[in-house]
Design a protein around this ligand. Structure first.
Ligand SMILES: Nc1ncnc2c1ncn2[C@@H]1O[C@H](COP(=O)(O)OP(=O)(O)OP(=O)(O)O)[C@@H](O)[C@H]1O
Ligand SMILES: [Mg+2]
Length: 240
């Protein structure tokens, strides 16, 4: 098992109030899986993604990634594991506006201490993979939304992570660009990449091989996306 979250609780402290957000979430993901986490706004998807991505820690529960018990690491080790093992894709791309596509993609390698020539070669290869080698000298403002997201995907995969983690990757895109992003994810998954994608859109979730539903901080069901679509009651439940 690549990723094991067991009995995860997450509370936020808001003044004198404790707000429970994740309530006993257990999720196991095997290497090579493609999982969609689906649920309505406010259900705890981003909170869960931040924990999976080692950007935040749960209030209680256990989390192991590739056999590493993550919750007993120091911040520095956490960020090392995160940088080495996980590629992130966000709804809002999060590209540096004054840097070229190539420099944006190469940036994680700079942090990892990869020498300049190799950085450039690997960034070019990642851009080729997403079909944007002809845009490598363009800045984000000179790219369409779909192209920006493909640059962000190239940046996410350039360090050859074990896990690709995406939070609403098509949320800011028109349907044609969204389809391109889904095709890329499917291709990467076919090549062996483990993918976890967060979405509130059942059509997007249907691209994954397995969908889990989260509602009010509780993981309510696991099954195939096709099953969720075929079963009207289940679809109604998550499309609130
Ligand atoms: N830093 C925080 N402090 C207090 N409460 C928070 C914090 N972050 C999130 N929450 C609360 O946790 C709940 C879940 O938020 P989260 O961002 O995980 O939802 P989501 O499922 O990603 O929603 P969306 O689809 O709108 O992105 C919300 O009720 C939110 O108010
Ligand atoms: Mg969210």
């Amino acid at each position: 098992m690549m990723l094991e979250l067991d009995h995860i609780f997450k509370d936020y402290i808001q003044g004198k109030m404790t707000v429970p957000v994740l309530k006993d979430v257990t999720l196991h993901v095997d290497k090579g899986e493609y999982v969609a986490i689906m649920g309505p706004s406010g259900s705890g998807k981003t909170t869960l993604m931040n924990i999976i991505g080692c950007l935040d820690v749960p209030t209680s529960g256990s989390y192991t990634l590739n056999g590493n018990d993550l919750l007993h690491h120091k911040d520095k080790e956490m960020s090392r594991i995160r940088n080495r093992s996980i590629g992130f894709v966000f709804q809002s791309f999060n590209l540096l506006p004054r840097q070229s596509a190539l420099d944006n993609v190469a940036l994680p390698l700079l942090y990892a201490g990869v020498p300049g020539k190799e950085r450039r070669e690997r960034a070019v290869r990642a851009l080729q993979k997403v079909g944007l080698e002809d845009r490598m000298n363009f800045k984000p403002t000179q790219l369409s939304g779909g192209q920006k997201q493909r640059v962000a995907i190239a940046r996410a995969i350039v360090g050859e992570p074990d896990l690709l983690l995406a939070d609403e990757p098509t949320g800011a895109l028109d349907s044609a660009s969204g389809r391109q992003v889904m095709e890329l994810f499917e291709q990467l998954n076919k090549e062996g990449m483990t993918v976890i994608m967060i979405t509130h859109d059942s059509e997007i979730a249907a691209h994954a091989k397995r969908t889990v539903l989260i509602r009010d901080g509780i993981l309510t069901g696991a099954g195939s996306a096709a099953g969720a679509l075929a079963d009207g009651s289940q679809e109604r439940e998550v499309s609130v």
